[in-house]
Write a protein that binds this ligand. Structure first.
Ligand code: UFG
Length: 336
């Protein structure tokens, strides 16, 4: 059985769905602080699986005890975390407590119940301001915000837990995760939403805020930031491969998850106009604090060691995000 922490959130829900569809038994653990109970219900309905959902908090060791003591957990995929960079700068304590202390409790439970495999959602934010592009895994890790630092600390803790207690980890450093389930069954549902693609798409609906484009004076081909948008389904396939790698006795390791190619904010905006068939209003704003000009992943290591092959395009991601956003706007909110 696989424990999916944060399985009611954006990335965790896609992972739980994919695991169940591939025949894994799953237990989802989430405190619903940013995830949604409705997402769990949707996955149950789609798959016909009555998997266990634990409304639990990683900061409560009793919740973890209850989860581990009554189940045969073979491995953990750990998504549960706060992930907003700007919020982490304003309230670092929230990030250190939740992300670091929560993960420490999880690792302690793994020790206690002899579970020795974990796939962890890390981030490109652990690299900080890039000193070279594309960024490979040997790039220095100097995070410039508490969010990135919290994830880096966890990566270091995981190395020590392997050395001392034999817990094997795969840390997946995500670049910009984009899109939704291609069938539109689950998707990105943040409140407030800070990410580029959902914000552009949301602005096409009635009574929505005009899309704000942050910074048009960067040293890039059109003046806007370059990011490496990795499709959520490709991202999840890497998690399943990482799990299988650990199941096959793989050693602790870390991998970038990106496409090795970047797109500017203006390019993403233009593709959103193409996919939606709408002319989208845009308001140009100053740079958003802490945004590096470019972030592009070198994904060679994940291709070679995990045998991972991302194959979805940015347009695929925008199409699926739009399918989901329409559903969210037109149906979900009113029904829930
Ligand atoms: N942007 C806008 N308008 C918006 C939202 C974003 O112009 O409404 C711009 C940003 O300024 C940036 C680009 O679009 O240039 C991408 O921004 P996102 O917020 O979508 O993504 P980030 O690159 O800031 O952040 C992502 C993850 C973080 C992770 C980071 C790694 O969401 O969790 O990559 O650096 F930390």
């Amino acid at each position: 059985m696989i424990l999916v922490t944060g399985g009611a959130g954006y990335i965790g829900s896609h992972c739980a769905l994919s695991l169940i569809e591939q025949g894994y038994e799953v237990v989802v653990f989430d405190n619903l602080s940013t995830g949604h109970k409705q997402t769990v219900e949707t996955i149950k309905n789609i798959t016909g699986s009555n998997f266990n959902f634990i409304n639990g908090n990683l900061l409560n060791p009793e919740d973890l005890d209850e989860t581990f003591s009554s189940r045969n957990i073979d491995a953990v995929i750990h998504f549960a975390a706060f992930s907003q960079v700007a919020e982490s700068v304003k309230d670092p304590a929230k990030y250190y407590r939740n992300n670091i202390c929560g993960t420490l409790n999880l690792l302690e439970s793994m020790r206690k119940y002899n579970v020795n495999k974990i796939v962890f959602s890390s981030t490109a934010a652990t690299y900080g301001e890039p000193v070279r592009i594309p960024i490979d895994e040997t790039h220095p890790q100097n995070p410039i915000n508490p969010y990135g630092f919290s994830k880096l600390v966890i990566e270091k803790i995981m190395d020590d837990y392997d050395r001392a207690y034999g817990i094997k980890s795969v840390r997946l450093r995500y670049f910009n995760v984009a899109g939704a389930d291609a069938k539109g069954r689950v998707g990105e549902w943040h409140d407030p939403e800070t990410h580029l693609i959902p914000n552009i798409l949301k602005s096409t609906f009635a009574n929505s805020k005009t899309f704000q484009m942050f910074g048009t004076d960067y040293d890039t081909k059109d003046g806007t930031c370059v990011r490496d948008y990795i499709n959520i389904e490709d991202l999840i396939s890497a998690h399943i491969l990482a799990l299988k790698y650990l199941e096959a006795g793989g050693k602790t390791d870390f991998f970038n998850l990106g496409t090795k190619s970047g797109n500017t904010v203006k390019e993403v905006f233009a593709l959103c106009e193409k996919v939606t068939g709408k002319q989208i209003q845009v308001e140009t704003k100053p740079r958003r604090e802490g945004d590096p000009a470019q972030l592009v992943a070198d994904n060679t290591k994940a291709r070679q060691i995990l045998n991972w092959k991302p194959d979805k395009t940015l347009e695929d991601s925008i199409k699926s995000a739009y399918l989901w956003e329409k559903k969210l706007q037109e149906n979900l909110k009113s029904n829930y």
